[in-house]
Write a protein that binds this ligand. Sequence first.
Ligand SMILES: Cc1cc2nc3c(=O)[nH]c(=O)nc-3n(C[C@H](O)[C@H](O)[C@H](O)COP(=O)(O)OP(=O)(O)OC[C@H]3O[C@@H](n4cnc5c(N)ncnc54)[C@H](O)[C@@H]3O)c2cc1C
Length: 384
Amino acid sequence: MTVYDVAIIGGGLAGCSAALHARQMGASVALFERGRCGAQASGVNYGGVRQQGRHVAELPLARRSRSIWARLADLVGDDCEFAVTGHLKLARNDGDMWELVAHQALAKSIDLSLEILDRSDLRRRYPYLGDRFSGGSLCAEDGQANPRLVAPAFARTARSMGAVVRENCAIERAVVSDIGFDLFVVGELVPFRARRLINTAGAWGARVAAWFGDVVREDVMAPNMCVTEPIPPLIGPNLGICGGGIYIRQTRDHGSVIFGSGLGIADRDALRTRPLADVTMESARAAIEMVPALANVLLVRSWTGIEGRMPDGLPVVGASPGLSNLFHAFGFSGHGFQLGPAVGAVLAELSLRGETETPINGLSMTRFDPPTTHPAAADAAGQT
Ligand SMILES: Cc1cc2nc3c(=O)[nH]c(=O)nc-3n(C[C@H](O)[C@H](O)[C@H](O)COP(=O)(O)OP(=O)(O)OC[C@H]3O[C@@H](n4cnc5c(N)ncnc54)[C@H](O)[C@@H]3O)c2cc1C
C-alpha cells in the first residue's frame, strides 16, 4: 500500500498551495477535497489581495504571499487576473487618520511602503470618490485577483507535478497509525496512509483538528458580496474604510464592480449560504456614498461563502501543539485569500523540514486555551 509523505485534507487555496510546494520539495503528496478544489471560501471571496491593515502577526506571511502572487503566472501557468491596482484605505475622521499613520510605521518596519494622503490628495487623484473622506492610506503594491481561478490553478499544477489530487472525496475521519496517519474516505474501506498530515479544511478545520485532540473554537462567518454589470474603467485602487465597512473593487478584465459589507448567513453542515437582502441594500447605499457614480449601475447578483472565524480574528497556522507530524491552517476569519499561497509554502516547509523562514509565532494554536493532549498523541509518542 502506498504511504504518502504528506496527506492534505481540504483543497482550498491553502491546501492546494501546500500540495504544490510539498511536491516542489520532492515529497509524495495526496490531497483530498470533499467537493471541487477552490469551490468553498477560496473560490467565492471578494478577490482582495491586500497586505495593508493586517495584524502584525499576519504581516510576514502576507509579505511572503505577495512575492508569490507576483510570480503566479510562472508558478501555476496563469496570472489568475492578478492585478496590482493598489489598495486605498479611507479615513472618515482624525481618529482614523491617526490609525492609518500608526499602521504606516508598523508596515515600514517590515518594508511595506504605505502613502498617507490628505483630503486634497484624494480629490485630485480619485475624483470619483464621495466627499465624506478626510484622507487615506495607499498601498500601491496591493491588488486583486479572480478567486475562481486561483485554487484550481494551484491544484492543476500540483497534479501535473505528480501530486494525487482527489476531488469529490471527503475524509470522514483520520487516526494516528504506526507510520503516521490513516485517512478514511467516505464510502471506501481501505484507508490512505501518510507520514504527515496537513489540515487545511477551512471552516471545518477545527473539526479535523479535534479528531486529534487539538480543540479550539471556530465559528462561521459569511461576508455579504455583490457584483454589478460591467462598466467602463472607473475605480483605480481597491477601496476600503478604516475600521471596516464597505469595500469596493472594479475587476480588471470584465469591468464589473464587486463590493461587500456586513454578513449573510451560512450553514456549514448543510453547505448552504445565503446573502441577506437588507444587508445587500445597506451595502449598495454605502457603495454609492463611497463612489457616487455607482448610483446608476445595475446590481446583478449577491452571494456569500462559508468562512471559519477564530475568536481573535486571526487564523491558526502551525504545528499541532499535541501531536507530531500534524499541521493546521484554518480559521482565516475573512482574510485568508491573500495569505493562501504563502500558507501553503509554510506548511510544506514545516511538515518536511520542521521549520520555516516565515515568522508565524502569533498564529499558533497555543495562544488559546492550554493545548489538550488526546490519547492518540500519547499513543503516537509511544510508537517512536
Ligand atoms: C465571501 C468571502 C469574501 C472574502 N474576501 C476575501 C478577500 O477579499 N481577501 C482575502 O484575503 N480573503 C477573503 N476571504 C477569506 C478567504 O476566502 C478565506 O480565508 C480563504 O479562501 C480560506 O482558504 P482555505 O483554503 O483555508 O479554506 P477553503 O477555501 O474553505 O477550503 C477548505 C476546503 O476544505 C474542504 N474540506 C473540509 N472538510 C473536509 C473533509 N473532511 N474532507 C475533504 N475536504 C474537506 C472544503 O470542502 C473546502 O473546499 C473571503 C471569504 C469569503 C467567504
